[in-house]
Design a binder for this molecule. Structure first.
Ligand code: NAD
Length: 442
């Protein structure tokens, strides 16, 4: 996709937008995550006046591994899944990034998410490069034992490019602490007990206190930094969450604890709304019992996913999949601030519409870095065989998130650009500096 090379996309007349295909039935735009990340990289590279040869090095992946994952199912038949690990750039440290289990996973998506991790770790200034992995499996359709076989078989095929000083996976969509435990155990069979080989592990297996809530906590921290710019008080605001998984449910729990009201929420099974506020703890209990939000009716009513996005609120948190806010629905949003918990939830055309409508967008590449920041703490703890208290984890997390917001925001103000462009510029500058200092590029 070439959405137009306009350098100042936020002041471009919206009528000049490039055509973007209609949304799919799942509500996602038919614009790939890779096209979204490439668009922002190109815009930032142009602003930085980056040489073409350097842009070519920074844009492409260092290594892309695709493997076959044959797994015997409980009906006795073999099923072949496809697994991917993409290492985008390791100039700043070992590769780091989650593993996604989702039927739509493909190389293009994993490549995009790996590149996003490179800029994210650089913006947060933690000593990692960027990577991502995935398997095109639908975890909801498998028994736990079958899922365990998929995780172990994936590790068997990619272990040689992983390791605590090479590349350290973590959870993402469709994977969780249990998946990380299986991956760590399988890696241990091949290389000896190595807890630092994955992060996001259960507490019983040297996971870090605070890791499960970290991405949501970081998103809330970013909102707390952005809120005063729009005259908002995070402890007294109305918010909507799209996607009630790990990230979305923790955003909701933490903000409600602080006094805010969750007035709309969705997951893959449907959406609900309540102007007086949804009982978040009851909803968390319902989802953990039933596996989905569907059927929850305590002081709330169902609505369509499109209606959910149109709810008037102070802040909207997309926390589901990429491309969910696109040209076809961006104009219906009625929020003052949008903080991206998900990766690439907003297409470039949608971003332009939101900016024109005065919505303050805090982009994924800075907003959802909390998970990888606490993964960094987990890795440090594993290497030291020492455990931090949760207060220390949360305090350090918030210090890093606040610093990142202020650095990006300072750059955005100085250059007169939106946060996203400033964030990409900062990330690219830091990676380029490391690559040059190593002598990898000149
Ligand atoms: P998860 O699997 O725990 O949750 C995903 C949620 O999205 C589920 O509730 C699912 O039902 C919902 N969903 C799926 N399709 C939907 C649809 N069409 N409409 C509404 N909801 C839908 O995943 P997660 O770990 O919470 O990740 C969510 C997003 O945050 C992803 O984009 C992921 O890449 C990003 N992210 C996650 C982390 C992390 O630490 N887990 C870190 C950074 C970014």
């Amino acid at each position: 996709m070439d959405e137009g090379a306009a350098a100042s996309e936020h002041d471009e007349d919206v009528s000049h937008r490039q055509p973007e295909p209609e949304a799919t039935s799942a509500g996602q735009a038919e614009v790939s995550n890779y096209e979204i990340v490439s668009h922002w990289f190109d815009q930032a590279a142009e602003r930085l006046d980056l040489r073409d040869d350097l842009a070519a090095v920074l844009r492409s992946s260092y290594r892309e591994v695709q493997v076959q994952i044959p797994v015997k199912q409980s009906d006795g038949r073999m099923h072949v899944y496809h697994g991917y690990r993409v290492q985008h750039n390791g100039a700043r440290g070992p590769y780091k990034g989650g593993i996604r289990f989702h039927p739509d996973v493909d190389l293009d998506e994993v490549r995009a998410l790996a590149e996003l991790m490179t800029w994210k770790t650089a913006i947060a200034e933690i000593p990692f490069g960027g990577a991502k992995g995935g398997v095109n499996v639908d975890p909801a359709k498998l028994e736990p034992s079958e899922l365990q076989n998929v995780a172990r078989s994936f590790m068997d095929k990619v272990d040689k490019v992983l390791g605590p000083q090479r590349d350290i996976p973590a959870p993402d969509v469709g994977t969780n602490a249990q998946t990380m435990a299986w991956l760590m155990d399988e890696y241990g069979k091949l290389h000896g007990h190595t807890p630092a080989c994955v992060t996001g592990k259960p507490l019983a297996l040297e996971g870090s206190r605070g890791r499960e809530a970290a991405t949501g906590r970081g998103v809330v921290c970013m909102f707390s930094e952005a809120a005063p710019e729009r005259g908002l008080d995070p402890s007294d605001c109305d918010f909507v969450v799209q996607g009630f998984g790990n990230v979305g449910s923790w955003i909701a729990r933490i903000l409600c604890e602080r006094g805010a009201r969750l007035i709309g929420c969705s997951d893959a099974s449907g959406a609900i709304r309540s102007p007086k506020g949804i009982d978040v703890e009851a909803l968390v209990g319902h989802v953990s019992e039933n596996g989905a939000l569907e059927g929850f009716d305590k002081h709330s009513e169902t609505c369509s996913p499109d209606e959910l996005l149109g709810i008037e609120c102070d802040v909207l948190f997309p926390a589901a999949l990429g491309g969910m806010i696109h040209r076809g629905n961006a104009d219906t949003l009625r929020c003052k601030v949008l903080v991206e918990g998900a990766n690439s939830p907003t297409t470039p055309n949608a971003d332009e519409i939101l900016t024109a409508n005065g919505v303050h967008v805090v982009p994924d590449v800075m907003a959802n870095a909390g998970g990888v920041i606490v993964s960094y703490f987990e890795w440090v703890q594993n290497l030291q065989h020492f455990r931090w208290e949760e207060d220390a984890v949360n305090h350090q997390l918030e210090t890093i998130m606040r610093r990142a917001y202020r650095e990006v925001s300072g750059k955005a103000h100085a250059n007169g650009t939106p946060l996203r462009l400033a964030a990409y510029q900062l990330g690219i500058e830091r990676v380029l500096d490391a690559a040059r200092t190593r002598g990898y590029v000149s």
